[in-house]
Ligand binder design. Structure first.
Ligand code: XUL
Length: 519
């Protein structure tokens, strides 16, 4: 039996999975919801409420308490002494600020006290800004001005300066509380913080999560001195080193061996961000596969054949934890828009699907910019969709079925156009998230992208990605054989294009034209 453990320290919960790599089975799963299990932190959804000026913070000690509870749950389901490899991931961009005492504290954890009690005095900032924090517009502007332009920041770091990214967050902390900043000896990401505690040593940051900071240079996969200088003084000394995701940091700390009966010398693979981990956990770590997650907002991500940054500055490039790079792009108007158009005509989901099934691919040239609220891909400030059709009735919203098709086609035409910079020619798109269950939507994706769409029902892909990475790194497992075992294809979940590529040729041109007119 060769067990591998994957951990996901995410926004609302900490979860973990233990897989048996010889039998390709899941032997244990645990989830600790922060709000439910740790109400003393007053964070019902995992973050501190009432943040001012767009601030969204969380308590790093809560993440440590949750980690202990997760191990308790796992130990009642399997023998943790059998675990031979560990890795995991954290919500991206969040940052933990630690003083000089951190280095000693993390390397001498004692089992007579909890992790949180021992790390508490090491915090030079009580709370950690997380990815939902939107308070750093001014700092983004300042960093961009110092570097010269958004396109330079993007070409260097893979993304323009973005509010939730760690660099602008560090700058805000430095400006707000310079002495606490000075007193900070280490800034960790959520991923490297949790990895440090597990390994009982100050852990590196991986290229996957490191890229979400606006501080790392894509060509060198290392800190960029200009970006560091534009962000805050002496930052190089306060950051861990960066390593590829295929690095082992050491072994599980004695604390966990004693307290939860793990084996001594259990190797730990460096942690990564939740999205890079999900790339592995969805079986999409090799170029040729795209993951499309249809949620409140839609997320499109893929392993990239080349390292290129989005010239429009809407997408992101992160390191791929199995090597190379990955792209990620978010679309705000995802299920929000699908629900808004359904509700506009008082349809239920069956009527919505019928509308798609009863209208032709290409929608006879009628189209929509499907933005019910400001979009980030592309950046556009619309608060209602724009319609362009060949009849007044369509443009006056008098044709519900055609409007619904125009909305869904508009979403995926936009997604295809906005993801062109990634230079992908996917053989298959893995579809996941709530709206992926709708066959009619899946068919539109296949028709517009002109490739096979495969619906996946992987739950917990972030933690699974951690377990798979640990197995690949420490148990000599092969990525392809793990993927073949853990991701079985069900033919009923496959959608092939039903129209030829020229069905949408004019639509792509008209969509861009309509977009330009509305910018
Ligand atoms: C990605 C992002 C979110 C968080 C969620 O850039 O901000 O997906 O990683 O945990």
């Amino acid at each position: 039996m060769s067990l591998a453990l994957g951990i996901d320290s995410s926004t609302q919960s900490c979860s973990a999975i233990v897989i048996d790599t010889t039998k390709s089975t899941v032997v244990a799963e645990a989830v600790v919801n922060f709000g439910e299990s740790l109400p003393q932190y007053n964070a019902p959804n995992g973050f501190i409420t009432n943040g001012i000026a767009g601030e969204v913070h969380a308590d790093p000690l809560m993440w440590l308490d949750a980690l202990e509870l997760v191990f308790e749950q796992l130990s009642s389901q399997c023998d943790l002494a059998e675990v031979r490899a560990i890795s995991g991931a954290g919500q991206q961009h969040g940052s933990v600020y630690l003083n000089e005492s951190w280095f000693d504290a993390v390397s001498s954890l004692k089992t007579d006290q909890s992790l949180s009690a021992q790390i508490s005095n090491c915090l030079s900032r009580r709370s950690a800004p997380i990815w939902m924090d939107n308070s750093t517009t001014e700092e983004c502007r300042e960093i961009t001005t110092t570097i010269g332009s958004s396109s330079t920041v993007c070409a260097k770091s893979g993304s323009i300066a973005i509010e939730r990214f760690t660099g602008p967050q560090i700058r805000r902390f430095y400006k707000q509380d310079p002495s606490a900043y000075q007193n900070t000896a280490r800034v960790h990401l959520v991923s490297s913080f949790i990895c440090s505690v597990l390994s009982g040593a100050d852990a590196p940051i991986d290229t996957g999560d490191g890229a979400g900071m606006n501080l790392m240079h894509l060509d060198r996969w290392d800190w960029d001195p200009e970006l560091l200088a534009a962000t805050a003084p002496d930052l190089a000394d306060k950051l861990p080193t960066i390593h590829p995701g295929t690095t082992n940091t050491g072994f599980l700390a004695e604390y966990f061996v004693r307290k939860f009966r793990f084996s001594p010398k259990t190797p730990i693979t460096i942690f990564t961000g939740d999205n890079p981990s999900s790339l592995v956990g969805m079986g999409a770590a090799e170029p040729g596969t795209v993951v499309l997650s249809l949620g409140t907002s839609d997320t499109f991500f893929a392993a990239m054949p080349e390292v290129v940054a989005d010239p429009e500055g809407c997408g992101h490039v992160f390191g791929n934890p199995l090597g190379g790079s990955m792209s990620l792009q978010c679309f705000v108007n995802g299920s929000l828009a699908r629900e808004a158009i359904k509700d506009k005509f008082s349809y239920d989901w069956d009527q919505f699907s019928d509308a798609l099934n009863q209208t032709p691919a290409g929608n006879e040239g009628q189209m929509m910019l499907p933005f019910f609220r400001p979009e980030i891909s592309p950046r556009i400030e619309l608060d209602k969709p724009q319609l362009k059709g060949n009849s007044q009735a369509f443009e006056n919203w008098e044709q519900p079925d055609a409007a619904i098709r125009a909305c869904i086609e508009g979403q995926f035409i936009n997604m295809k156009l906005r993801s062109d910079w990634m230079q992908l020619s996917p053989e298959v798109i893995y579809l996941t998230g709530g709206a992926s269950q709708n066959d009619a939507i899946a068919q539109v994706v296949a028709d517009i992208f002109q490739c096979k769409v495969q619906r996946l029902s992987v739950s917990g892909s972030v933690a699974l990605g951690g377990a798979l990475r640990a197995a690949i790194q420490s148990l000599e497992c092969f990525t392809q054989s793990l993927e073949a075992e853990f991701f079985k294809v069900d033919s009923e979940q496959v959608f092939n294009p039903q129209v030829s590529a020229d069905c949408y040729t004019d639509a792509f041109i008209s969509f861009e034209k309509l977009l330009k007119q509305s910018l």
